[in-house]
Design a protein around this ligand. Sequence first.
Ligand SMILES: [Zn+2]
Length: 413
Amino acid sequence: MTLAVENALRDGERVGVRCEDGLIAAIGPEVSSRPGDETIDADGAHLVAPLVNGHTHAAMTLFRGSGGDLPLMPWLEEKIWPVEAKLSDEDVYWGARLACAEMLRSGTTRFWDMYWHPEATARAVGDAGLRATIGAPLFDLGGSPAELREMAHRGLEALDGFGPEIAPALAPHAIYTVSEESLRWIAELSAERDLPVQIHLSETEQEVQDCLAAHGARPAFYLDRLGLLSERTVLAHGVWLDPEELALVAERGATVVTNPVANMKLAVGGVFPYPAARAAGVAAGLGTDGAGSNDSLDLLADLKTFALAQKHAAADPTAIDAAEAWAVATGAAAPRLGATRLEPGAPADFLLLDPRSPELGIGSLTADLVYAASGAVVDTTVVAGRVLMRGGEVPGLEEVVVDAAERAGRLGL
Ligand SMILES: [Zn+2]
């Protein structure tokens, strides 16, 4: 199957793209369609790399709009965990389908997910045509390390047999919900099978105080002591990482994914210290977190919040510039997250942005994308050479919206 895009605009230059077998076969001013190609006339649309959502819980779209004004622990303990205990495969499937639809509409084509029934999320990602790294959440608080090991193996087995678009991961929930013994075991399994590890870390100041009291070390040093801080590790949040921790995270090659909107909504009281992290050489990405705590999955909108929060916290408008913020959102500032490069041989994943969007007509495109645009400027989304959205239309969207709402309604939230 071949797809050709003509008349796209990249860095001010008219270019074409030909995609074969899911990869970019050719890209440049001389590239045009050939007989038999599925052809898109981009009509001057901006060709850009898609966004990578580095941390989410896709099916939590089902929790959107409920309990959103509570602090983190009561929100989890009273609202989320009791309902999650009764979620079915089909609930997770439709919640994740809704998330996928929202993400591809707003320019995200790859995401990192941690959620129950990971096989249902994988099925949703496959049916939607996106890419994801997925892990079953692992807890042993209130359970046992033996049960956790069984959960981990079950999760990995369930993710077996999906295509290359789905990558399995280990997803210990956090240092306050997983025992030291289990975290050590997860570190060994990750090394043995070369599996990425996703974990929430240093989200609240309380977590840091509790870690110091229980383990005599700050969270990043504690993880490192257990062998769990490596180039395979993706840390969600990192709000309270101090300079010594940032240096350690950089040295180990781990990635930090900041989720500024979720942090602000849950009012954790700080922001990920991005300028210090950059100076230390930490790989950084951007995430929305789950729709239960954001409540949007529009990473392009969150990008503005990220940049502004960094400038505001630093009391310095030069703390981050638009090009750097864009690199963080597309995964280009964190090799592990899976950024797409627009070049021959790379996966044929890209966006066409509507050049007639009011937000994109004036000024630098990158600055407009960071400070003015939302996901609404995305006209066309292509993943692996397949057109998932064209002219802002996602086939089957209505059914996804109705079915997800029906599932959420049945959960009685
Ligand atoms: Zn999260």
